[in-house]
Design a protein around this ligand. Structure first.
Ligand code: PLP
Length: 236
């Protein structure tokens, strides 16, 4: 298989990952033809960062574009990984994402919860933690996160399942800093587990992108989000 095809790159990424680490193929900004190629190579989990784009890809999937010539697939799992605006929560949940990885505030969590309750579903989510050096990255600070779990605010959720944490490392060539950020995320998850040993299904640690996935896996990632190394550079 040629290494410069999507199927070839997907295979190369998979080969490097321990089998228990879930691979999210981050398909944002790539055309349906690229997703279809990955689907044809066995990929089922796709990550998108904008509600509009996800909406059109869900529609294209239902129109048969994910598996041309085959029955419309019912096994595609969409992960939402971008910043979610409050006024888009209803639209997003209507698309039934398998996992919203980027819940970055309690207000957003509560909105998702009430919308999921209204729909009569249980929405799986990850809480996004901010540990990177950049101030522009969103998420709960470790302090806010620990405060949330110390106060056991999750007990108020009616229709949301917190499955774990998502985070990003600092965007730097300094691999020690990157390793430190990922270790901070892993330790934060452990602290939460120690605070709330009765939390169920709090098992996912989504960390690692194309350039830092090796370090993320070494530091305990259970889910990596890979775009560029599978689909090539994005054209914004
Ligand atoms: C775009 C994006 C990725 C994928 O990044 P690559 O460097 O292309 O692998 C992963 N996680 C999040 C949150 C993203 O927005």
């Amino acid at each position: 298989m040629a290494a410069d095809t999507i199927a070839g790159r997907l295979e190369a990424v998979r080969r490097e990952l321990p089998p228990e680490v879930e691979l999210v193929a981050v398909s944002k900004f790539h055309p349906m033809s690229a997703l279809a190629e990955a689907y044809g190579a066995g990929q089922r989990v796709f990550g998108e960062s904008r509600v509009q784009e996800l909406k059109s890809k869900v529609a294209a999937t239902l129109a048969g574009e994910m598996a041309p010539g085959a029955p419309v697939p019912d096994d595609v799992r969409w992960h939402f990984i971008g910043h979610l605006q409050r006024n888009k929560v209803r639209q997003l949940l209507a698309l039934r994402p398998a996992l919203i990885e980027s819940v970055d505030s309690t207000e957003l969590l509560e909105l998702i919860d009430s919308e999921a309750a209204r729909l009569g579903i249980v929405q799986p989510v990850l809480l996004q933690a901010h540990v990177a050096r950049e101030e522009t990255k969103t998420g709960f600070s470790p302090e806010e996160m620990l405060e949330y779990f110390t106060a056991r605010k999750f007990e108020n959720l009616r229709a949301t399942h917190i499955c774990g944490l998502m985070g990003m490392a600092s965007n730097t060539d300094d691999t020690e800093r990157v390793r430190h950020d990922f270790a901070t995320l892993r330790d934060l998850k452990r602290q939460i587990e120690a605070l709330c040993p009765d939390l169920r299904g709090f098992s996912t640690l989504s960390m690692g992108m194309s350039h830092d996935r090796g370090i993320a896996v070494e530091e305990g990632s259970t889910m990596v989000r890979i775009g560029t190394d599978i689909f090539g550079e994005r054209e914004y």
